[in-house]
Each structure stands twice: as C-alpha cells, then as structure tokens.
Design a protein. Structure first.
Length: 389
C-alpha cells in the first residue's frame, strides 16, 4: 500500500477537492482524505446551488478573489464539458440604511463592476414575480449568477483522476505528527506521510486543530424550496436575489433545476456540534415560517407552495473573514477554514491558493486579511495534535 505523498489534504469538500485538483495538475503527488464521500450532505457544500457575486460586501480584498474564482469556474466548466455556472444576474434589495447594500455599492464603484440601480417600480416591471415596497431600492449585478456546487465538486473529483491524486473516502483521521520537513497522518485505515498537510475539514477544522483554539463557531442554517407555477420563476424572468430589509437578510435562486425557487435566511442560526448535526429541518417552527414569511412579502405567488427544506452547517469566524494560513508552529501544515457561509464561490481560487502555498510557501493572491487571529509565529517545526472525528 502506497503511503508516501508530497501533500496530504484532510477534508475533501469544496476547498480541499479544488486544492487537490490544482496540486495534481501541477504534478504534485497528492492524497485527499475525507471522513465521508464527497460531495455529501455532512458539510457546507450541499443544497444544489450557490450564488457568486463579484461586488463583495464583505470587503475589498474579496473582490479580486471573486473575479479570479469566476475565471477558474469558467475554465473548469470548459474542461469538464458541463454547465457549472449559470449567469442569471443578482438583484439586491434594501433600504437606505442596509449595510450589505451600501458596501456592495462601494465595491462596485471601486472596481468598476456592473451594478444597475432600480426603483421598486422598475424591479416589478422587469421581474413581475417580485413584490417590492416603494421605499425600497434595488441594485442589479448582471455578471453574477448560480454555481451548481455539487457538480463543481464532482467535476474536480473526476478530473483529478487524470493526475497523481488519490482520494480515500470514509476514512477517519486520528492524529497528525509534524516534525522538521515531514508530517505523518494516522487514520483508521493506515498511516501516511507527506512533506505538507493541508487541513480543510470544514466544521471539524477546530476540533482537529484544537490546541490552537481557533475562533471557529459551527452553526446550523436552513433553506427551502417553493414549487413554481409557471415560467415566470425561471431565469431570466427571475434572477438570483439578496434582500437586506429591516435588519433581516434573505437570499434565493430562481427555478433553475425544476425543484422550485430556493430561499434561505442568512442571519438566523443555531449553534451545533458537527458530530451531532442531522437533516432535521422542521425541528423549529421558524425553519419553515421564516421562509414562508419572506416569500409572502416579496414573492407572494410562491408563498403558499412550500415544498421542502434542508439544513446545513457553516463554520464562521467572529468577523466572518476566512482563515488561510500556515500553522504557527509548523509551516508543514496549512490551515483553511472559517469560510463563514460565503466561501463556496471562492473555492476555486482558494484551491489555487492552497496549492501555491503547498508548492511555493507563498501565493500570487493577497491573503493578508486571512491570517490566524492573534497568531504569533513560533517556527519550532514540531507539532503533535491528537484528535478523533
């Protein structure tokens, strides 16, 4: 059994699978280890669709990453020969005090990105399925759209088979031991060695690296689908949307796959232990009621046609900025986590970044915003973490 690699990636979800692909494409002998069989519903990457926008409200440093991510999604789509991105555009709606909207406007102006201002009347004229109060304003980002997230991960998974990439699924990592210029990863199915280890384990990242005390919080999120009644709910008759109204934040997608209009609440969450997380949509009355209330206000013709809902986990940092950094005690270990519910759209470029860090110890992208909070570099080169998923 082969047990020596150049790089081992722990966690083969959105970021890990992408990193494995880019490493393999560069001829790097790579092992991907996952406790499940990705794509799966045990992490943050299920639910069929994800939104990609370029005028990021999370901060100016995200915009170049979003633009590069878009380029890489197009490249992946061409290589796999399947539709991974659908340019539906995205409508943002809010009042004058909506922080998310105002930050988006700033980013669009700063980077000369397309963002069309629309009155409530103009919105309803263009997309009749919406019901918008007159005091609200919209902004339409025409270049954005839908990523089919599970298909994206599957594309990286399939294409990686052409490169020196090995995937071990349903494999439980038990320990990491990094000494000097090598690392050892022990699992329930064998022990493996590599020059570098990337930890990109989603909700389990904090547990795996428990000795660091990373400021990671895992929370439960909900979303659901409303049955469509005619083609007015399909693009281009309905775009993707993001509403920041009365301090509430909702997002959604048109019916792009025949399952209906998808709606999720972005500012409602409950703490959860990743090991105890289940598909328990409906456990709380707010799971369904929040989505119905939003639809009743803004997409009224779909409000009474709720079909079903799902739950997922996100792992967030206090300021919702990512963590992409070397372990403070060992540059053999690279950490990628805390993607805070807005990471998937960047997973292509984050995969590229992680591959560059593993190969070159540096990246062509600006990731200065994503250092471990309070990190003080020890550079001892030796670390041992014991953990069990």
């Amino acid at each position: 059994m082969k047990n020596h690699y150049d790089v081992i990636i722990i966690g083969a979800g959105s970021m890990g699978m992408a990193a494995g692909y880019y490493l393999g494409r560069n001829g790097i002998n790579t092992l991907l280890i996952d406790a499940f069989d990705p794509p799966h519903n045990k992490g943050s990457h299920h639910g069929d669709t994800r939104l990609i926008r370029h005028a990021s409200a999370e901060g100016r440093q995200y915009v170049p990453l979003a633009l590069r991510a878009q380029e890489l999604w197009y490249e992946l789509q061409e290589e796999i020969g399947k539709t991974l991105f659908l340019p539906t555009g995205t409508l943002l709606v809010g009042d004058q005090n909506a922080t998310f909207i105002n930050e988006t406007i700033k980013r669009a102006k700063e980077f000369s990105l397309p963002l069309e201002k629309l009155s409530a009347h103009e919105i309803q004229k263009r997309w009749p399925s919406f019901s918008i109060a007159s005091e609200l304003t919209g902004y339409y980002e025409s270049s954005s759209g839908v990523l089919f997230n599970q298909e994206c991960i599957e594309a990286y998974k399939q294409l990686s088979k052409h490169y020196p990439v090995t995937l071990k699924t349903n494999t439980i990592v038990q320990s990491i031991n990094s000494i000097d210029s090598s690392a050892t990863v022990k699992t329930n199915k064998g022990t493996y060695h590599a020059k570098k280890v990337i930890v990109s384990a989603g909700a389990w990242t904090g547990k795996i690296l428990h000795s660091l005390g990373l400021p990671l919080q895992t929370v439960r999120k909900t979303f659901g689908w409303f049955r469509t009644i005619d083609t007015s709910f399909q693009p281009p008759m309905l775009p993707c949307f993001y509403f920041n109204v009365a301090n509430e934040k909702y997002y959604g997608f048109p019916d792009v796959d025949g399952k209906g209009v998808k709606v999720g609440r972005n500012d409602s969450e409950r703490d959860v232990d990743p090991g105890q997380m289940t598909q328990d949509f409906g456990k709380y009355s707010s799971d369904e009621n929040d989505l119905k209330n939003f639809a009743g206000k803004f997409i009224p013709r779909a409000a009474n046609k709720f079909s079903y809902g799902k739950t997922c986990m996100i792992t967030k940092t206090p300021n919702k900025d990512f963590i992409i950094d070397f372990h403070p005690e060992s540059e053999n270990i690279i950490i990628a986590g805390g993607f805070s519910g807005h990471g998937f759209k960047y997973s292509s470029v984050i995969g590229e970044i992680l591959s560059q860090l593993a190969i070159n110890k540096s990246t062509t992208h600006d990731i200065s915003k994503f250092s471990i909070p309070g990190k003080s570099k020890v550079n001892s080169g030796k670390i041992k973490n014991q953990y069990l998923w």
